[in-house]
Write a protein that binds this ligand. Sequence first.
Ligand code: XBP
Ligand code: MG
Length: 270
Amino acid sequence: MSHDALIVPSLEALLFDVDGTLADTEDSHRVAFNAAFAEAGLDWFWDEALYAQLLRVTGGKERIRYFIDGHVPSFRPDGDLEAFIAGLHREKTRVYVQMLGRGELPLRPGVERLIRDARDNGLRLAIATTTTPDNVYSLLQHSFSTDATDWFELIAAADAAPIKKPAPDVYHYALDRLGLPAERCLALEDSANGVIAARQAELEVLVTVNGYTRDQDFNGAALVLDGFGEPGHPCHVIAGGPDPGGLVDTGFLRRLHALRWTARNAADAN
Ligand code: XBP
Ligand code: MG
């Protein structure tokens, strides 16, 4: 079957990751974790270097457990350890949501422009994140607009998929709820765990790196950029292609999607 016979499916939906993609949130998460530790009378402190390592594990509760196992293995609270961790995480989430409520976390450059452009050009929008639902709602309402949660047809967070990235569960859940095949969607991520999760769900992935993820392995991603770009502040290609010419918009995402689909299916067609 020649290439010409291949009918490229149209791009229907964008699936946005949250932490590190919509906004540079991870350092605020780190500050909130440290505040929760201090509040609990613990002398634990996560500096940037340690947090970058701990980000190997997604999910706040899972990350605390990973820290305990690796750094304070003899630590045992009075009472149940999992209950203790859940309590720490509730306090961390309370502090983090307060930070969001003070508007301390702007969206990354180009994110609001791209979301508005995608919506104006008929793309369906969804969120597929590991983080706690309250964090997503608060970020959208305080850093985007009070009705921003309505912009997303689906917000799939930690409650929807307890088995977290790099497992594909949250993406499978999102595709199922949207009623779309992976080949009609594109995932937007910032981390290696996110790329693995999306690829396991057979989604093409565009990565925008940040200070915490820049050195991670993005094998399998269609394109790795340093951001989505804004007029006058172009984004740059780190790996993959094609080059968006400094600014990611809906037209470019449709081209990227078609190129990746054709490349993946042309091989099968021959
Ligand atoms: C990244 C995560 C999250 C946050 C912490 O989420 O791993 O767990 O670091 O949030 P994303 P919680 O998939 O959006 O990149 O403490 O709420 O888990
Ligand atoms: Mg992320």
